[in-house]
Write a protein that binds this ligand. Sequence first.
Ligand code: GDP
Length: 600
Amino acid sequence: MQESEQGEKRYRQPLVSVLGHVDSGKTTLLDYIRKTRVAAREPGSITQHVGASEIPTDVIYSICEPVMKALNLKFEIKTGGLLFIDLPGHEVFSNLRRRGGSVADIAILVIDINGGVQPQTVESINILRERRVPFVIALNKIDTIYGWKSEDGRPFILAEREQPPSVIAELEKRLYRVVDQLAALEIYADRYDRVKDFTKTFAIIPTSAVTGEGIPDLLTMLIGLVQRYMLDRLEVTTNEGRGTILEVKQQHGLGTVITAIIYDGILRKDDTIVLAGLNGPVVTKVKALLIPEPLQEMRATKKFRRVDEVSAAAGVMISAPRLDDVLAGSPLYVVRDMSKLEDVKRDVQEEVDRIIIKTDRIGVIVKADTLGTLEALIAQLEKEGIPIRRADIGDVSKTDVFEASVIKSKEERYAAILAFNVKVTEDAKREAQSRRIPIFQEVVIYRLIEDFENYLEELKRKEEERVLSIAVFPAEILVLPDFVFRRSDPAIVGVEVLRGRIRPGYPLINENGKRVGTILDIQYEGNRILEATAGQRVAISIKGGVVGRNVKEGKKLYTEVSEFEDEKARSIYFSKMDEDEKELYRRILWIRYSRGGSSA
Ligand code: GDP
């Protein structure tokens, strides 16, 4: 336990992540929040971060005061300010992973008040649920409501009072439309100032990322929820820094560096750290810790300065040897007591092994660029009921194609590769082409899954078409006396379809189970038709039929029904029959096998 000099517990700033559908206003919202911070403070007095922006406590107090006053709220901020992850969206969020959850303490789900709940809103909710991250909802773009009177940066709770009744009515209508859409996903939400119990109801804060209206309310909710429900989680429990890797990248003059979010303890220059790598745990020593120069994010060029240590929560760039193999989404553990090194290495490897899938099951091959996106992708696929044979990090290789082609003979539809934000090697491309293994490539998780699901649908449709084009459905027909138009080559007779349906091309058997011939044509009132059903009287020509020998007036004929060995074809075939047809099917098989062979 890390305690300050007074012996009090130390709490770190909560980490806030922003998610939502494309174009809902995530980037604009983050930009507005960052500007607030810059405007309200002397630039030099803020701790700078890599990949995150800190809104210090005093800024929060001054912005939130009018809201707290209007709502009669009082609380003391014990955690320090809010640390916003700079890049919005689920891909970054995925890499904020931490065993069994997320490094993000709370999230803002942005919903466009005009668009409502959209596909990526649902996906965001799924990911937030799966990682068990609480969230508030910013119902954004309120300034687009016709007649809305804007005033920069005003709390929503005060702005609302200035709006004409028609605007309020429209706002309420759109708000409760979103409430209904969320309820359908079992997310029970209400406008934040109407929520009685925040453990049961999600808070919706109407905002405009452009005018900043509602942002004081949003910050008040975030900090209020954190103070009330999340203090335990924010307690700094160790000295040895712990973090997660957001990015592995090239930095001019430094080579490969990593950016990390430190959520517990302290990270120092020269510390030994353990990370997850493509080929097992990476043990290395921190050469330099870099944070941005004050206000650098407002400038075009990035300048960094070296520091000796950072303590949680912090976003930092790390320069060290042997970082090339490190995986984004990997844990970072500082080891100061070297006797524990092997244990930590084992922990890190276990964490990777928990995510990567290597089985001999029938299922798809999954490749992703980082541990975080792989984990998120696997969770989504499992939710959709798509089985996985292998799931691993890295480009799509020839080996992956071989793996997929093993499945092809067993369950063709799963002989496919799903690749998220990775390349396909030339070898693999060639091999996939010659073995006809489809590779799905995407940079948006939900689209990757959607593409694959569409492909499965298409395969199903094609298979159905194929089965139906060769299927012979059951029919019982009566050869009508005195309606013989031609005795043979081909025989043409009048029949009544008693049960089922007949089509040209259907083979016929007689009551003794003997093959009679094949229907060539069906005519109804002088016209050729492609199908005759129960109750219809038609003329049919039968290739191979000879009236008086195998086709007898007043006797019945049956179609020689299909017998599909393949289970899938059989189930498609039966799905197209009603109960009577199924009963007739069984009867025809009985006729065929119990009587077949006796003379006609
Ligand atoms: P993101 O894809 O979720 O990051 O969305 P952006 O922040 O890029 O916003 C998409 C578009 O919506 C941009 O043209 C923004 O200017 C606009 N926008 C975002 N928030 C608001 C808002 O509150 N009001 C209005 N009028 N436009 C907004």
